[in-house]
Design a protein around this ligand. Structure first.
Ligand code: RIB
Ligand code: CA
Length: 322
């Protein structure tokens, strides 16, 4: 349930909404995920943190604020890291998401501003204040999460779970033959996160490539929710054109929405526990592979998904938007 729509539910049997922070590089599928979280009755969106990836950190922060304002949310946005931990920045994914991040939708300045705290400091403080309850859902490169772990050794224990959109165990890559984009943009950060011992679920290409939305789905979303669903439909045209340009005609993958949906609906996914590490050099840089050191805790890697059920949750939830 978003802070915009929060109501108390003492007498009913509904579980408490998931307290969620989304770490994001908006991004077309990030916008879909954030609007989903804004509308979901089972999610309490406590804030957004921004990161480079699909766009620069400056544009990601601007776009996150824009989405918050469009959805009528009142949650804070904290600005994240400007560059990867070790590597030089990789160019933003303009051909997938457009120069400004939302396909053909032109840039627009929000009226609000990011909070004074950095993304890492905000994550650390919120995890302490909501110890054992806060779910963090990174849907961009993992630099802010690695910085939060460096800032506070208790961060890994304070979070309830980190549900990451990224990586791939058996499905190959999408930015290189080996690497998924979010992990590729900062492999050293991702490796630190997997080594942290935090409870982690990985929603990677093994499942997101099974959840496809064609243009007709976005037409339905726009019909159900003309203003915000219409905005997503407009963005999706650019995204679908990119997919078609690489020979994928069945629709675009719901990468980031799948991770947000996994936070509130883990029952729609099956997982395999695998200790993970990230290749940090050579041709396979950014690949997520099983760690053989015997020192790392397993990550719950999503390997199966009820794709139609995930799409239904997505459609039904977005239909609650204006
Ligand atoms: O590989 C998919 C991921 O890369 C998504 O988070 C998408 O937004 C891009 O950042
Ligand atoms: Ca993203």
């Amino acid at each position: 349930m978003s802070s915009r729509m929060a109501t108390c539910c003492i007498s009913c049997s509904m579980p408490d909404p998931v307290k969620l922070i989304i770490d994001t590089d908006p991004g077309i599928d990030d916008a879909m995920a954030i609007f989903h979280a804004a509308a979901a009755p089972d999610i309490d969106l406590l804030g957004l943190t921004s990161i480079f990836g699909n766009v620069t950190t400056a544009k990601a922060t601007r776009n996150a604020l824009r989405l918050v304002e469009a959805a009528g949310l009142h949650c804070p946005v904290a600005r994240g890291a400007e560059r990867p931990l070790v590597l030089p920045p990789f160019p933003p994914s303009a051909k997938v998401h457009g120069e400004e991040g939302f396909g053909d939708i032109p840039a627009e300045e929000p009226t609000g501003r990011a909070v004074g705290e950095s993304a890492a400091a905000f994550l650390v403080r919120m995890a302490r204040n909501h110890a054992g309850e806060l779910v963090v859902c990174p849907i961009g490169p993992l630099t802010n999460i690695a910085e939060a772990l460096r800032l506070d050794p208790d961060f890994a224990r304070n979070v309830k779970r980190i549900v990451i959109m990224g990586g791939s165990l058996e499905d190959g890559g999408n930015i290189t033959p080996y690497a998924e984009a979010n992990i590729y943009h900062d492999p050293h950060a991702a490796d630190e996160v997997f080594a942290s011992g935090a409870p982690i679920t990985l929603v990677g290409l093994d499942v997101t490539h099974q959840i496809l939305c064609p243009a007709e789905d976005f037409a339905g979303i726009a019909a159900d929710a003309p203003r915000l669903g219409g905005m997503l439909q407009e963005m999706s045209r650019f995204y679908l054109r990119f997919y078609e340009s690489v020979g994928k005609f069945g629709g675009c993958s719901l990468h980031d929405p799948a991770a947000v949906i996994a936070c509130a609906h883990p029952e729609l996914f099956t997982t395999r526990p695998v200790p993970l590490c990230v290749v940090c050099e050579g041709a396979a840089i950014g690949a997520t592979v099983a760690d053989e050191s015997g020192t790392r805790l397993p990550v719950e890697v999503c390997m199966g998904v009820q794709a139609e059920a995930v799409k239904q949750v997505f459609r039904d939830t977005l239909a609650l938007l204006p």
